[in-house]
Design a protein around this ligand. Structure first.
Ligand code: GLU
Length: 526
């Protein structure tokens, strides 16, 4: 490759970012980094009827969470600014003019009523939705059907008009897609797309070509849904005289529903109970929030990893990759042509793997945030780790220890709260129903003696606590095995958690004694 690789993600800020959108970002990013190139984010906001407040900020927050930092963007700046198409409006008009002057495009003066009438008048059984194309343009009010004098007058009067591409009648347009190979279209199938709207704003079709050219984009990767637009774009590259600079294209496969039956949509996520958006998205109009992978408790590394494997692999059975490993291993040619089925169980598996692999120090901030979000006091400071504060330092040591003990049992971040809350607060409920059936007066006596022994113990370490426990159980002629479950339920609330004496060591003497006493009282009253 002689030119410096420059790729772009070009979202229209219309709402939350679907995981397919983030995968497009990721493939762009991986390709750019692999080839020492630039990754550009350009905001395609020329359709102002679809503009949604907050959507752009959401996109950048998502990229930041995933660690996919653009080299150039409206937020990060760069030599080809502005990177927001609405701010580039004056740039496009001259190119539309150039196309009209060369006969590749034309002015169309049809009113919305004219267009509506066309759709009704030419509707037939074979052609239920007539399009403004080579067949119908001859019947409409445009610079191809009106005389030159009429056109000049209409323009001079400021009559509202658009500029449309004049699609050739019957030509084959082809290009080589990096994933699909040779792709061909017959131009007769494509309508005369609007390039410049009545308000002087370009449509996506014109803006994407002009900006890819001006921003020196070398490779354009986008979703498969854009494939039908490719012939329009290829012709525009030709008509504007830029063919030699046209980027290489790759149309990425769709992400499919778990059963493979069509494109995965936000509604499928709602229906099947899993996130489809990267992060929580609140629709500013309805106030409705759609859950994201982040808030559901995914680690960004796991999210990025699972996205990479949706439609790509490195040719081996490897599934777990860091971002650096992905950069090394990635190639566009190994992206599959066919759609990739989304499997939420598999997504959870990736998260579990990443939680297991992460160190407690790497997880600490996020775990602390999760506890804070669940309403646990004292976790903000643990997350921020105020330097020099012993209390905070101690909390952090405790937090790291708890994380080490429970992380292998956690699939989502929220599991740290369910698996670990009892380390920080007394359980609000105790599963005494599991103790009750086998409870005896003898066991009661044992636990009374146990908490008294614990109360007066000088050393508070798991090993010593276990010895004390064993000695007293022997003296009572009870099997330690029968006493472990009650002790666990007393300290944890339920039948789960790591080693019970380690738990006792961590929660400390006071909490251990209190919890044993509390459950003994409950059992007494049952
Ligand atoms: N603005 C288009 C979108 O919203 C970009 C398509 C492309 O990358 O060409 O997806």
């Amino acid at each position: 490759m002689d030119k410096k690789v420059r790729v772009r993600f070009a979202p229209s800020p219309t709402g939350g970012l679907h995981l397919g959108g983030v995968r497009t970002v990721l493939f762009n990013y991986l390709f750019a980094k692999k080839h020492g190139g630039d990754f550009i984010v350009r905001i395609e906001d020329t359709d102002q009827t679809r503009f949604v407040e907050g959507a752009e900020a959401y996109i950048f927050n998502t990229l930041a969470w995933c660690g996919l930092t653009p080299d150039e963007s409206p937020l990060h700046g760069g030599p080809y600014a502005p990177y927001r198409q609405s701010e580039r409006k004056p740039i496009y008009k001259q190119y539309a003019q150039q196309l009209v002057d060369a006969g590749f495009a034309y002015y169309a003066f049809d009113t919305p009523e004219d267009l509506e009438q066309m759709r009704v008048q030419y509707k037939t059984a074979e052609n239920p939705s007539p399009q403004y194309n080579h067949a119908l343009r001859t019947k409409m009010r445009n610079s191809l059907t009106l005389s030159a004098a009429e056109v000049t007058e209409l323009l001079a009067d400021g009559t509202p008009h658009v500029v449309r591409i004049k699609m050739p009648l019957d030509e084959t347009v082809s290009f080589t897609d990096m994933i699909r190979g040779e792709v061909s279209f017959n131009t007769a199938q494509v309508d005369d797309k609007v390039l410049l709207k009545a308000d002087g704003m370009p449509t996506y079709h014109l803006a994407v070509v002009v900006d890819d050219y001006l921003m020196k984009i070398t490779h354009a990767f986008r979703g498969e849904e854009w494939l039908p637009s490719a012939p329009v774009h290829i012709l525009l590259w030709q008509y504007l005289g830029w063919s030699a600079d046209m980027p290489q294209w790759a149309h990425l496969p769709l992400i499919l529903k778990p059963d493979g039956n069509g494109k995965l949509s936000k509604r499928d996520g709602d229906r099947l109970g899993f996130p489809v958006f990267a992060m929580d998205w609140t629709d500013p109009k309805t106030g409705e929030t759609t859950i994201g992978f982040k808030e559901r408790g995914f680690l960004p590394q796991a999210f990025v990893n699972l996205l990479a494997l949706l439609g790509w692999n490195d040719g081996t059975d490897n599934e777990v990759f860091t971002i650096e490993e992905l950069i090394t291993a990635f190639s566009m040619e190994r992206v599959h042509k066919g759609g990739a089925k989304f499997n939420y169980e598999k997504a959870l598996w990736y998260n579990q793997e990443w939680i297991k692999r992460a160190t407690s120090a790497q997880l600490a901030d996020q775990v602390a945030e999760t506890f804070a979000a669940a309403g646990f006091a004292g976790f903000d400071s643990a997350a921020n780790g105020v330097a020099g504060s012993n209390a905070v330092a101690a909390d952090r040591v405790l937090l790291l220890r708890v994380i080490d003990l429970i992380k292998d049992r956690c699939t989502l971040m929220a599991d740290f709260v369910t698996q670990g809350a009892f380390f920080f607060v007394s359980p609000s409920e105790f599963d005494t129903a599991s103790i009750q059936p086998k409870w005896t007066e003898q066991k009661n006596m044992f636990f009374i003696e146990l908490f008294k022994a614990f109360e007066s113990s000088i050393v508070w370490e798991a090993h010593d606590l276990e010895n004390t426990f064993k000695e007293i159980s022997a003296a009572h002629h009870l099997k330690p095995g029968e006493l472990m479950l009650p002790l666990r339920i007393m300290l944890v609330g339920g039948k789960f958690g790591p080693g019970v004496f380690e738990i006792a060591e961590i929660i400390g003497k006071q909490a251990t004694v209190n919890r044993i006493q509390k459950v003994l009282r409950i059992l007494e009253h049952q």
